[in-house]
Ligand binder design. Structure first.
Ligand code: PLP
Length: 450
């Protein structure tokens, strides 16, 4: 496919300077770790990288391997590390809480849990004021679907093709990509046309896609539904922005059918999109239930569901219980994350640096035919590679190859999309303009060698 990277090439882009030296590493070698992984860990995601890195340290937007080699993390632990790796304020909050009380359940009172719930609720408009904590995005979406089904007394759920909502029975049902589905029972979910402006059957006409949801309600259900669930921007599906006008029209259809509107902000929340704190805000809608995880704890396992007091009542006095949900160490991290986003103006940074990065990636599209599309908002960007712009044949082998080459040059990006041909760029929100330049220069260099 390409020539190997020439290390003495004077055109090789230079990584921006960064004033941090990781502590020396005395643990097992990368080869030993790999052999342990092959023996003792599930083989589920081994296909991602040919030569996975052994990462032992992280500082802000950078990761370090066991040799102290620095990598620019433009994937952010899959859109999870929002403040930066090991952000000092988040680390302090975790350590201080862990020293006082590591675990407490929802049966008792605890300040770390209640204070974070209050601060999180303050981030929402209208009546969205009641918080349930979970451990992950999957659990948050499972709970959201359960609440909608209990509240409406209906079972039918509508989700969008190409969406990803988790890997337990209910959320796997709502997920609509064959590579994330298995032959287990996942009943009651209908998958609507994807309002994908690049590949979708109706182009950018949000209202036409919304009519498909109306048809599903009419022909696929009793006319009453439990819920509609969608990501504000599809993440795993390849950073796909919903066509304009889609969400308001669908919300109106669903509400007429007695259903609740659930927005999955697992990737798009916590200021990532730059223009707003939550992805749904860009669509001018207010959902009934919002789910979140990833960025909420800057990498600490935590998820949440936020809804209205009226809907929250469905769980009142029921034995709905989650041992670790709302663990005080995790919620202390969550509170610190909100403070850091505010104090360091990370939303504004996501907007400024994200717009600059998108503009530079779009210029790259002018240079390379293989780039079919550049899309996304803030620091949630996608670059789709195609073999031919006309046919949009996915360049999935090339995507993996470029991703590996970029990794060898010190830049980590993710990949996704139904065909695995979309670079996913979701770095920590402290990403700088210099980091953006380095990323684009490395992508440029790599593409120029193909
Ligand atoms: N929802 C979205 C949009 C996601 O991207 C993911 C994970 O990638 C999930 C839900 C599931 O979250 P988790 O992996 O924390 O269970």
């Amino acid at each position: 496919l390409s020539q190997p990277v020439q290390e003495n090439d004077s055109l090789l882009p230079k990584m921006p300077p960064f004033d941090y030296t990781p502590p020396s590493y005395a643990g097992p070698s990368a080869e030993e770790i790999l052999s342990k992984r092959q023996k003792f860990l599930s083989p589920a995601v081994f296909h991602f990288f040919k030569n996975p890195l052994n990462l032992v340290d992280g500082k802000m937007q950078y990761l370090f391997d066991e040799k102290g080699q620095r990598y620019l993390d433009a994937f952010g632990g899959i859109a999870t590390v929002c403040c930066g790796h090991c952000h000092p304020q988040v680390v302090d909050a975790i350590v201080n809480q862990a020293k006082r009380l590591q675990h407490s359940t929802i049966l008792y009172l605890n300040p770390a849990i209640a204070e974070f719930a209050e601060a999180l609720a303050a981030k929402f408009p209208g009546d969205l004021k009641v918080v349930f904590f979970t451990n992950s995005g999957t659990e948050a979406n499972e709970l959201a679907l359960l609440m909608a089904r209990l509240y409406t007394g209906c079972h039918d759920v509508i989700s969008i093709r190409n969406g990803y909502h988790g890997n337990a029975a209910g959320t796997m049902g709502a997920t609509a990509q064959s590579s994330y589905k298995f032959n287990v029972v996942q009943t009651g979910v209908h998958h609507a046309q994807n309002p994908d402006q690049y590949r979708g059957i109706f182009g950018s006409d949000g209202l036409k896609y919304a009519r498909d949801v109306e048809d599903i309600v009419t022909y696929g259900t009793s006319g009453r539904v439990a819920a509609f669930i969608a990501e504000a921007i599809q993440g795993v599906g390849g950073i796909m922005e919903l066509a304009p006008g889609y969400l308001p029209a669908v919300y109106s259809t669903i509400r007429k059918a007695g259903g609740l509107c659930i927005v999955d902000e697992v990737q798009s929340g916590f200021a990532r999109t730059g223009s707003h704190f939550w992805g749904f805000e860009a669509h001018g809608v207010v959902p009934d239930i919002v789910t979140m995880a990833k960025g909420i704890g800057n990498g600490i396992p935590l998820g949440a569901v936020v809804t209205t007091p009226e809907i929250a009542k469905v769980l009142a006095y029921r034995s709905y219980f989650n041992t670790f949900g709302g663990n005080p160490v995790c919620t202390a991290a969550g509170l610190a994350v909100l403070k850091v986003i505010e104090k360091e103006s990370l939303q504004q940074n996501a907007l400024t640096v994200g717009s600059y990065l998108k503009q530079r990636l779009t210029s790259l599209k002018g240079k390379y035919e293989i780039i079919g599309d550049v899309r996304g908002r803030g620091l949630m960007l996608g670059v789709e590679l195609v073999r031919d712009r006309q046919s949009k044949t996915p360049a999935n082998v090339e995507t993996l190859h470029v991703m590996e080459q970029m990794k060898d040059m010190g830049v980590l990006v993710g990949k996704g999309g139904f065909f695995g041909n979309v670079f996913r760029i979701t770095p920590p929100l402290c990403f700088t303009k210099e980091d953006a330049d380095f990323l684009v220069d490395v992508m440029d260099y790599t593409l120029s060698k193909m």
